[in-house]
Structures are given as structure tokens and as C-alpha cells.
Write a protein that binds this ligand. Sequence first.
Ligand code: NAP
Length: 261
Amino acid sequence: MAAQLRLRSALALVTGAGSGLGRAISQRLAREGALVVAGDRDGAAAEGTIRLLEGMGSEAGSGPRCHAAFQVDVAEAGAVQGLIEQIQVRACFSRPPSVVVSCAGIIRDEFLLRMPEDYWDEVIAVNLKGTFLVTQAAARALVSNGCGGSIINISSIIGKVGNLGQTNYAASKAGVAGMTSSVALELGRHGIRCNSILPGFIITPMTKKVPQKVLDQITARIPMGHLGVPEDVADVVAFLASDDSGYITGTTVEVTGGLFM
Ligand code: NAP
């Protein structure tokens, strides 16, 4: 089936773009015609994603594409602000990203009774504060340029239902969903939508750290009968990024195969 080009004029920033969901989302947005800025704390991994985008986009085959990779630690306010500024001064872009996908995330699992304070701090810093910093910097740029946009935050179903050994992760992802609703309330009048996605268990390098026995137990509880693949999430991101979801804001979309419904 021919790819739709719903994002022909969009500039999309994806964080955590060097791996897993972020890489698949970058590929999907580029296939829809968007120019993609891939940000990751692993700059080489982000470059790897950009190489996969060659030839993709609305101008594919008709000239050089301007997809770009940036090394960025989303937990560092200065680095995030610098990224948004660099994007706007780059000749290919010269505008803030109108699609912003916060996908960078980490896990540091341990049971509550043994959870070291630094595990808590690291997960909150990347998953929650990082999403806040990216959302805030991008929103400020969009508002001051008078542009609308779509901000999509990757939360998790674990933020809604909790999980053994993930008090820190669950708190960070519940925070992302709550923040998303507040952002939607504040930015709707600027034509900026903000939604979050709650993936269930998706096969990526992150879930490869989960013991197979546990994955088998989870799979047995999924109504669709299998774990998700990154493209399942990327499809929903493309929808939320596009005008097809133009009247949807402040919501969460569960991409779980029916798990925990
Ligand atoms: P992944 O393969 O580990 O990808 C995460 C990417 O984010 C990695 O490239 C990672 O770099 C990068 N990253 C980590 N900390 C960063 C920082 N401070 N600044 C910039 N980039 C950073 O994981 P994934 O499964 O694709 O997960 C992507 C997002 O989906 C995460 O937010 C995760 O919580 C969420 N999610 C995943 C699932 C799932 O089942 N896979 C389910 C629900 C939600 P390093 O490799 O250097 O750490």
C-alpha cells in the first residue's frame, strides 16, 4: 500500500530516536513526509536512525533530504534549550518542530524496599523532567513563532496500573500522563495539541531486559495474544501528529493489545 503523506510540511522532533520505539516512530513520520530531527543521548545511535530515513519523505527522490541527528540529554535543561535553538537556526528547518515526540526513557528496576534513591532520581530525571523540559522548550518556541503543533508524550500503561519493581518508572509515567492533560489545557488556545500514548509491552531493547519467563506470563494475559512491535506505537504517533486527529487533545491512547483494559 502506498504511504500516506499526511505530514508533508511537518518538522518532527523525536527524542530517544536512536533505539526501539523512537527509531520506529522516526521512520514512520519520515514515511508520512515529515522532516525528522532525531535526538538521543547516544549521538551515534541517532545518526544510525537518520541513515535509515534516506530517501523517505515527501521530497524523496527529488532532492537532498534534511533529516538530522543531534546528541542530547533530555534531563539537561541547557542541552534541551540548545537543541531547540539549533533546530531553528538550521537552514533546512528555520522553524521550531511542529511535531514533538518525547520518547527518551529509561528503567532502573528494584523492589520498593530495596530501591536506591539514585534509581528513583535517574528515572524521574529522564522520563518525567526530560519530557517536561522538551515540552516546555518546544512549546515556548511554537508560541513565540505563532505556530500550532502536536506534542506526543510516550507514557506507559505501567503509569496507570503499576508494576512490581517499578515504583519509580510507574510514578514517572503517571506524571507524564498528568502533565500531558495540563499542557493540553494551557496550549489549546495556541493551536497546540498534547496527547500521550500508553504502550503495553512492546518488543524493543528495553523489554529485552525482562526475563523470558516474565514475558511469557505477560503474553498469556494479552487478549491479542502477542507482544507489540514498535510499529504498533508508531502508527498511533503518526495519527496523533497528523490533522486526522485535529480535534483530539489531552487524551491518552492505550496501545497494549488489550492488556489491563
Ligand atoms: P529503548 O530501546 O531503550 O530506547 C530508549 C532510547 O532513549 C535509547 O536510545 C536511550 O539511549 C534514549 N535515552 C535514554 N535516556 C536518555 C536521555 N537522558 N536523553 C536522551 N535520550 C535518552 O526503549 P524503548 O522500549 O524504545 O522505549 C521508548 C519509550 O517508550 C520510553 O519512554 C519507554 O519508557 C516507553 N515505553 C516502552 C515500552 C516497551 O514495552 N518497550 C512500554 C511502555 C513505554 P541509551 O540507550 O543510551 O539509554
